[in-house]
Design a binder for this molecule. Structure first.
Ligand SMILES: [Zn+2]
Length: 903
């Protein structure tokens, strides 16, 4: 009786509480009311700060939403996370996270224990609404989604709240949301272009979703560290938009190829959620839903989650002109009109508005969430099963071994840090051991494949063998969605061995990864000597320059004491400022510093003090953005080249001008259109005209250094009449980049007639036999050439639809081949067709023109700054070009004088 009474009291209390809540929830303003327009209305876009304000209001006034700012973005904006569920689930949030964490590491569980956790747990559905900032509709759709989750009591919403936890990142690129939406409002009613003309992420622009294995940008790192690795969601939904002329929305399943390291259950998870979305959309009469189209599952650059037990759900909704009203196409329906197995209902209307995009986004997201909530135990069960297979792999090597002695310890550190950041467990040997018949020193690292993040370790450390996919058997290649090779040790210049069989070793799990400090000799009378092998050491070089310490490099190999030093060795006067910098370099970069009391009599060069670089970033050029990030990371004294620079003396302002891939003559001469872009903001990116083009040529002839990468080699050739010609058959339309050729090929699939035409063109064209869409290819280096100082004699470089070169006779031009493709085994990781075209052809070339110095990098050795060890090739050149030769007889004297000057 007493118990019944108590229950009654509790029930009454709950009732009053919940009714109180209902009142509070009713007080929450509807988005239309709060923002002052219907979300998705033509001509209106809710701004990011106000969206966050609204979410904070929902968090305050309801018991279903929690708001958290996880940190600040690259440009100082708020990076936020919402946790949405029933109050009961939110009350035990930490316990639910603990369950996810335990299921993600089955080594500490038996099946019975796991089953209990699966029944107790709730699936976490992570969604991020926008990463590509011109894809605006999803960032608007989430306003209504969150409002509905926070206030609605329909069976579907209750299902989601009671049986799952939604984690929502309102924007994966808040900076871009500011830039794009602000620009769009600012240009309203003007003749200026409405689309923000520059990169909508300060450094990486649209490549912000290609950063999910190198983890270079703040936003990526916050998401991985503070969301993915912290909460272990069981699924991630990545909301995007695609071009306006295809299907209205893409949902999974994806198309070939799938990275073999992706667990098959994840493919099925993608398919079931994608089809639940398709079903909900079609049930609401939303036409134009497609799957198994264009989007593949190959590169980890876009899909961190699939190596951590989660299906990746991609939705791609057709775009229009931001929020500008669209003109109807006079009765002509949009997109493909043929019903197919993977595209059952073509879109029948001739308009496509922002409002529709918002509605498609809401339907798809809620359908995905409610599907996962409804089958929560199955989802948690599969999450456990996938991780159980990760820790008990049936195939693949036993481990990867990273020998302790490495040419560049900094590259090894960067590789291990990336793996560790991706949750890979790394062991270090405390004693020597033998594996595969090879002896390894204590201090070597071992990365076992059998571990929860084993799939990530494996995809990053093995060589990619991309399937030879053709449009039809024997036909032209089917382009991948992105690049095909990403072997991390090749990118960082590290030696890694594969051990197929288990071995015995005394191993210690590493809690943190830090550089192994290098040795530093006592401060000598002569000079510090540092090998040229480490790309990391350039961080110290720029510090030496800032501290006004003269920096020398030996032009040839030499011996000092019993030690051999290779060409390019750094010779640094032992002034107090230098001592501090090299000691710090040993600690933070793992570089060893030797010393000599007598500076060797070897020919050398003295770096120009404060070597100044002008980066031709241009507006909207992603390779330029990535390079800006790289230059900043290394403290290189640089500035973005402005068209205003051309009114003065270029040589007085810059020692070096760096042309990233994508810097064509047209971009230099024409730049942004002054009629379409406000001069107050954009004049720096206006064209320099034909006069400016001539000034750029004069910059080189007068002694400037010009570095040209990827497609800008063509620009440099045109500018300076370089004595080189293309070695590869051209499969591109005139003037187009390989990326747009690939887009054209994808586009060909949009209609059978265009497909047939493409096939005829390609088959009739033997030139289509050369194809390399983003792979690692072997290069042989002349390590005595200043550009390749510190490189191994052979090492892979990145190649993405690029060009190789052969020399032609040139008068008055001194040409040196820095690197070339070998006679065999060119492909190291990824996909390459037509290897024979590359054999023995030149990649990197150096030229003396007038008083100037030019280096051309035929392949994109800096692609997205992912290939790190080849940074050396750029850094070497930019310091070498403006340097001064120092004859052997004066080398010792010069260094000693500098020492005296400094003391
Ligand atoms: Zn996108």
């Amino acid at each position: 009786m007493r118990n019944t009474l108590r229950l009654l009291v509790v029930a009454l209390a709950l009732l009053s509480l919940s009714s109180g809540r209902i009142t509070a929830q009713q007080a929450v303003p509807h988005p239309d009311q709060y923002f002052g327009f219907k979300i998705g209305a033509d001509g209106e876009l809710a701004r990011y700060p106000k969206i966050l304000e609204y979410f904070q209001l929902l968090a305050k006034q309801t018991d279903r939403v929690k708001f958290e700012e996880l940190g600040k973005t690259t440009m100082g904006n708020s990076y936020a996370l919402l946790k949405i569920s029933s109050p009961q689930n939110l009350a035990k949030f930490d316990r639910l996270v603990e369950i996810n964490r335990r299921l993600a590491d089955p080594r500490t569980l038996n099946d019975a224990e796991a089953q209990k956790l699966i029944v107790e747990g709730k699936p976490f559905y992570l969604v991020y609404a926008t990463i590509h900032s011109t894809e605006v509709s999803n960032g608007q759709a989430i306003i209504n989604i969150v409002h509905r989750l926070a206030t609605e009591n329909t069976p579907m919403i209750r299902q989601i709240l009671d049986n799952s936890v939604v984690l929502m990142v309102p924007s994966q690129n808040p900076d871009g949301q500011h830039l794009v939406v602000d620009h769009w409002y600012k240009t309203k009613g003007t003749n200026y272009g409405r689309v923000f003309p520059d990169l909508y992420h300060k450094y990486v622009g649209h490549d912000d979703n290609r950063d999910w294995f190198m983890f270079t940008q703040k936003e990526t790192r916050m998401n991985i560290e503070l969301v993915q690795n912290k909460y272990h969601p069981i699924i991630t939904h990545d909301m995007h938009q695609q071009g306006g002329n295809g299907s209205r929305i893409f949902v999974p399943p994806f198309t070939e190829p799938f990275d073999p390291n992706m667990h098959p259950l994840l493919r099925l998870g993608q398919a079931t959620v994608g089809q639940a979305m398709a079903s909900a959309l079609l049930a609401e009469g939303k036409e134009g839903v497609a799957w198994e189209d264009s989007y593949d599952m190959w590169t980890p650059a876009r899909q961190y989650m699939v190596y951590h037990g989660q299906p990746r759900i991609l939705t791609e909704i057709a775009n229009s002109a931001l929020a500008d009203p669209v003109t109807p196409r006079k009765g002509q329906p949009i997109g493909p009109q043929e019903s197919r197995a993977h595209f059952p209902v073509p879109y029948s209307k001739d308009t496509w508005t922002l409002g529709q995009q918002v509605d498609y986004g809401i339907t798809a997201a809620l359908a995905g969430m409610s599907h996962v909530a409804r089958y929560g135990t199955e989802w948690l069960g599969n999450y456990y099963k996938v991780h159980k297979d990760y820790v008990n792999p049936t195939a693949g090597p036993y481990a990867f071994i990273v020998p302790a002695a490495q040419k560049d310890p900094f590259g090894t550190y960067e590789m291990l840090e990336i793996l560790k950041f991706g949750e890979v467990e790394i062991h270090k040997a405390t004693a020597p051991f033998t594996a595969n018949g090879k002896q390894y020193a204590a201090g070597s690292w071992v990365i076992r494949v059998a571990q929860p993040a084993g799939a990530f370790a494996k995809t990053m450390l093995e060589k990619q063998v991309y399937p030879d996919l053709r449009i039809f058997p024997g036909g032209p290649p089917e382009p991948p969605y992105d690049v095909t090779g990403h072997t991390l040790w090749m990118l960082t210049g590290t030696t890694v061995d594969v051990a197929d069989k288990p071995f015995d070793a005394q191993l210690e799990l590493q809690k943190t990864i830090a550089p192994v400090p290098g040795t530093v000799a006592a401060r000598p009378k002569g000079a510090y000597l540092v090998s040229p092998d480490s790309y990391g050491f350039f961080k110290a070089v720029t510090e030496l320059q800032k501290a006004n310490v003269p920096v020398y490099r030996a032009a040839k190999a030499f011996e000092s004491g019993a030690q051999k030093f290779s060409a390019g060795t750094w010779v640094i006067p032992p002034v107090p400022a230098a001592q501090k910098i090299v000691e710090n370099a040993a600690k933070t970069l793992g570089v060893s510093v030797a010393a000599t009391d007598r500076v060797p009599a070897v020919d050398g060069f003295r770096l120009k003090p404060n070597t100044k670089v002008g980066l031709w970033k241009g507006a909207g050029n992603m390779p330029g953005g990535w390079l800006m990030w790289m230059l900043e990371q290394y403290g290189i004294n640089h500035e973005v080249v402005k068209s205003q620079d051309f009114t003065g003396d270029l040589n007085a302002k810059y020692d070096v001008i760096l042309l990233p891939s994508g810097t064509s003559k047209a971009r230099i001469v024409n730049g942004l259109d002054p009629k379409r872009n406000d001069p107050a903001e954009w004049s720096w990116a206006f064209g320099v005209g034909e006069d400016g083009w001539k000034k750029l040529r004069a910059f080189v002839e007068n002694g400037g250094t010009l570095l040209a990468i990827g497609s800008s080699v063509e620009t440099a050739r045109e500018l300076l009449d370089l004595p080189i010609e293309d070695a590869l058959p051209d499969r591109r339309p005139a003037g187009a980049s390989s990326a747009s050729a690939d887009a054209a090929l994808r586009d060909a699939f949009s209609s059978p007639a265009r497909l047939m035409q493409t096939l005829r063109d390609r088959v009739a064209d033997p030139q289509s036999l050369f194809y390399c869409p983003g792979s690692l290819l072997a290069n042989e280096f002349d390590v005595n050439n200043p550009v390749a100082w510190g490189m191994p004699e052979s090492w892979p470089v990145f190649f993405e639809g690029d060009q190789a070169y052969r020399l032609r006779p040139g008068f008055g031009v001194d040409t040196q081949v820095v690197s070339r493709y070998p006679m065999k085994n060119v492909l190291q990781s990824g996909w390459l067709l037509g290897e024979e075209y590359l054999r023995d052809q030149a990649n990197i070339l150096a030229f003396r023109i007038g008083k100037g110095y030019v280096v051309t990098y035929g392949s994109q050795i800096d692609f997205r700054t992912q290939p790190r060890t080849t940074f050396k090739l750029i850094f070497n050149a930019l310091f070498h070009g403006p340097s001064t030769p120092v004859p052997a007889a004066q080398m010792g004297k010069a260094a000693a004088t500098a020492t005296n000057e400094q003391q």
